[in-house]
Design a protein around this ligand. Structure first.
Ligand SMILES: Cc1cc2nc3c(=O)[nH]c(=O)nc-3n(C[C@H](O)[C@H](O)[C@H](O)COP(=O)(O)OP(=O)(O)OC[C@H]3O[C@@H](n4cnc5c(N)ncnc54)[C@H](O)[C@@H]3O)c2cc1C
Length: 333
């Protein structure tokens, strides 16, 4: 246990005041014990993995911050049981090396495996809901361990029950079922298909897909790298809004999103609200390579970042009548 550790050192956005108590856990049993200890003594609890999808409060955390560092990948045939603290991209690399298809397009996403079911992490045509078969959790309401089926996880676009019931479920391990194959799952994203020189729906060697995704992501500052100021972000700051088809915005790229619905490009909406790439306001702004990533500079605060995001939301609402929803969680005790 360490005291007064700045949350800015534990998050990719590098904002946030001190954690009163930082507890690092290395096994699922230690994780459950740390959560029970905080709950029994009434101290506010914050779980943190890679800190790549949260905005930590400037006033810090008046309680326990539990950093999930449990590691381990267990393979049984085409099934993997993965500890919550396992690095996500290391897991994707493992699947590619072991000729298991299903998560190759999710290469290069920072953070821990245990956080991936929370917002149903997705990119380049894949999302974790396609391969998750079970999520082992500690349920803080029931004070017991449970296994959630995919249906019980309630996965949706960048969303799940774990996100909708914040603080309730502590992910201990995640189980995935993959396809034994040297080829990827059918490529479902136009930009990736173009880069690979295949048609949408075709397959490509797993390693080629991983390299292509990493290349595309690096070009956009979407691979976490302390030396790259454009990656000092939480990835996409807003989700792509889903609206009735008749409310599609002229000129804005869109994709079908279920009956009568379309998904609009949040990047386009941000850019056409006057916040194109490289817009800076003080110590915060948009990345110079992607309008959807908000980035911070040394000394920036969560309040500055959230105020900047609020200006983007208000302008998009005024110009296009569309509400941009924030993707990373602004955690509060
Ligand atoms: C450069 C960059 C690119 C990114 N690209 C993508 C992308 O392409 N697609 C995408 O979906 N996301 C992307 N992200 C966002 C982020 O990487 C993912 O959401 C990732 O899964 C977060 O993992 P983490 O361990 O860092 O979570 P954290 O930021 O530590 O936590 C996120 C939330 O999950 C909770 N949490 C963490 N661990 C647990 C646990 N074990 N049990 C229960 N709750 C938990 C936290 O309390 C918090 O509410 C990107 C981020 C960055 C910085």
């Amino acid at each position: 246990m360490r005291s007064d550790v700045p949350l800015s050192e534990l998050t990719t956005l590098a904002v946030g005041g001190p954690a009163e108590r930082l507890v690092e856990v290395e096994t699922a049993a230690e994780l459950v014990a740390a959560v029970r200890d905080a709950d029994e003594s009434g101290r506010p609890l914050l779980l943190i993995g890679g800190g790549s999808n949260l905005i930590a409060p400037d006033e810090g955390w008046p309680g326990d911050v539990v950093a999930v560092r449990s590691r381990g990948i267990e393979r049984t045939g085409d099934r993997l049981t993965v500890q919550a603290g396992e690095d996500w991209d290391a897991l994707v690399a493992f699947t590619v090396e072991n000729r298991l298809a299903g998560m190759e397009a999710l290469s290069g996403i920072p953070g821990s495996t245990g956080a991936t079911p929370v917002q149903n992490v997705g990119a380049y045509g894949q999302e974790v809901a396609q391969t998750i078969t079970a999520v082992r959790v500690h349920d803080r309401h029931e004070k017991a361990e449970r296994t959630l089926s995919p249906a019980e996880c309630g996965f949706a676009y960048r969303d799940s029950r774990l996100k909708r019931e914040p603080g309730r479920f502590v992910v201990l391990e995640v189980e995935f079922a993959l396809e034994p194959s040297e080829l990827s799952r059918p490529v479902g994203y136009a930009e990736l298909a173009r880069t690979l020189g295949v048609e949408i729906g075709e397959r490509a060697p797993l390693a080629d897909v991983r390299e292509a995704v990493l290349g595309l992501r690096r070009g956009k500052g979407m691979v976490w790298d302390p030396a790259d100021p454009d990656s000092r972000s939480a990835g996409s700051f807003f989700t792509n809004p889903i609206v009735p088809a008749e409310r599609a915005v002229e000129g804005c790229p869109s994709w079908p999103a279920g009956e009568g619905l379309v998904k609009l490009s949040a990047a386009w909406l941000v850019q056409h609200s006057g916040f194109g790439r490289g817009t800076r306001e003080g110590r915060v702004g948009t990345s110079s390579r992607h309008s959807l990533a908000l980035t911070t500079e040394d000394g920036a605060t969560a309040a500055e970042l959230l105020a900047f995001a609020d200006r983007i939301v208000a302008t998009a609402q005024e110009r296009f009548g569309v509400t941009l929803e924030r993707e990373p969680t602004a955690v509060r005790p």
